[in-house]
Design a protein around this ligand. Structure first.
Ligand code: UDP
Length: 471
């Protein structure tokens, strides 16, 4: 196993001013100066298990780079395990979410193999973490590092981005497995208090919302014509893009947009002027991509809308061994649809080889979409929804987990029970057929995302909570 540094360069927090306004930016910058003083001489070492793909990597990239821009020595390191390790961590994950999994055990043999990966990087951890530093361990995969970091005598926060409401009957096996490691953390940071298992001492429990960066390649403003060109170029909508299409990278340089020969798709591109319903997710059972296709095929073929289900090319996620299987399952569900539905439903796997280009395509899709859906069976937070809200695109989510907090039903989006396919289709129909209503919901979503779920709010709260852990 290996622990390696992926700390991004500093990003100027002033970039945020464009979207959050001068007044809010000034307050944020002042809080940043206080935090820089408070944490002077201390590194804040974040550790997770993947450098790219999924919400956690997305957030770490922006939060760590803005913190560095505020003269706070935040770092980001990634633990790399073997196949067996990720098989065990996926099993833990499935148990926490109560999903039927591979039925494999979570016994002492699994503890031994899981913890061996963490022990394998213990020496490296001791090199990285000095006596004045602070460690933030993200999610169950690197949780074995909590006790090892505690042995170094530093404050340790365990940030758990996943979870389900534990007041409903739930499976405790996954939680019990990681309890052995995370219980000694000084602070538990959960997305919602409802996610906390009983054994978590309430005095050490704090909540923290997730966030997005309005100026990241995934979210920054794009010209409408450029949006259409990018999507046509990728074959996601019909039409041809002008030759020599380029985009601007974060560092200001210009790159050609590659026509991706390796993009895997099913279904014809949607006509450029057809309303497009889009769900963007990892290929994961919890996201229920086949359920979205079924709802659309059964209830919405009488509209002029099309549906695109978009996920990463399957090699994208090191810590997600079920991705390939789930992607193939979505493909076979698509193949089993009647021809009339296949004409209107499009599946695409977007390569993750160039993350900035991937972000650009996702950004363009979220802007082009008439509606963005997230019909998850379970969802810890749901960044894709906030990304769409910030762009003013109306959203339909399911009544689970973090989505309940992000979307105020019938105000900043629509919420439907995940199992209610007809209700889900009705919500889509309403947004597809009533332009004023869709615009109103989209505008309110944008306000809400800016107000609650942006990087400056998130960083300020992190600073406060880390400060409290030190006190
Ligand atoms: N994402 C992406 N490409 C994809 C699928 C997803 O860049 O093909 C991004 C998506 O835009 C979002 C993140 O991955 O930023 C997913 O976060 P979310 O909280 O929605 O779900 P998670 O994957 O963490 O369960």
């Amino acid at each position: 196993s290996r622990l390696y540094d992926v700390t991004p360069p500093a990003r100027d927090p002033r970039l945020l001013e464009q979207s959050i306004g001068a007044e809010r930016y000034a307050a944020f910058a002042a809080a940043g100066r206080d935090a820089a003083e408070r944490f002077a001489g201390r590194k804040i070492v974040n550790i997770n298990s993947t450098p790219a793909g999924g919400g956690v990597a997305e957030m770490l990239e922006s939060l760590v780079s803005y913190a560095r821009g505020l003269d706070i020595d935040a770092q980001w390191h990634v633990i790399e395990g073997d196949e067996r390790f990720f098989e065990i961590t996926k099993r833990i994950h499935n148990h926490i979410y109560g999903l039927p999994g591979d039925d494999g055990p979570l016994g002492e043999a699994e503890h031994a193999d899981y913890f061996a990966v963490h022990q394998g990087v213990q020496a490296r951890l001791a090199e990285i973490v000095g006596p004045d530093d602070i460690v933030v361990v993200h999610d169950p995969q690197p949780a074995g590092l909590v006790p090892l970091a505690k042995q170094l005598g530093v404050p340790v926060l365990w940030r758990c981005h996943i979870g389900v409401d534990v007041s409903t009957p739930h499976d405790v096996e996954g939680w019990e497995f990681i309890r052995r490691y995370v219980e000694p953390a000084d602070t538990y940071l959960l997305t919602r208090v409802e996610y906390a298992p009983d054994w978590m001492e309430r005095g050490r429990l704090r909540t923290l919302r997730s966030s997005i960066d309005p100026m990241a390649p995934k979210n920054r403003p794009l010209e409408p014509q450029f949006v259409r060109d990018v999507l046509a170029h990728y074959g996601l909508i019909a039409g041809s893009a002008p030759a020599g299409l380029t985009f601007t990278r974060k560092d200001g340089s210009t790159s050609p947009i590659a026509r991706r020969a390796d993009i895997l798709q099913a279904g014809p591109p949607a006509p450029a002027d057809a309303p497009l319903v889009v769900q963007i997710s990892r290929w994961d059972r919890m996201k229920d991509m086949p359920g979205v296709a079924r709802a659309f095929a059964d209830h919405l073929l009488d509209t002029d809308a099309h549906l695109a289900l978009v996920g990463p090319a399957i090699s994208g996620y090191a810590d997600d061994p079920e991705g390939a299987e789930q992607m193939l399952e979505a493909m076979s569900a698509w193949r089993a649809l009647p021809g009339a539905a296949r004409e209107r439903i499009h599946l695409a796997c977007i390569p993750m080889t160039d993350l900035e280009e991937n972000a650009l395509v996702i950004n363009a899709l979220q802007r082009h979409a008439a509606v963005i859906t997230q019909k998850s069976i379970s969802e810890g937070f749901g960044l894709t929804v906030v990304e769409a809200m910030l762009k003013g695109t109306p959203v339909v989510g399911s009544t689970v987990g973090g989505l309940l907090e992000q979307i105020v039903d019938a105000e900043s989006g629509l919420l439907v029970e995940a199992s209610d396919l007809a209700g889900f289709a009705d919500a889509l129909r309403r947004l597809l057929t009533d332009a004023d209503y869709a615009a109103k919901i989209g505008d309110a979503g944008r306000e809400r995302a800016l107000d609650l779920f942006t990087a400056d709010r998130h960083l300020a709260r992190y600073g406060k909570l880390i400060g409290e852990t030190l006190a």
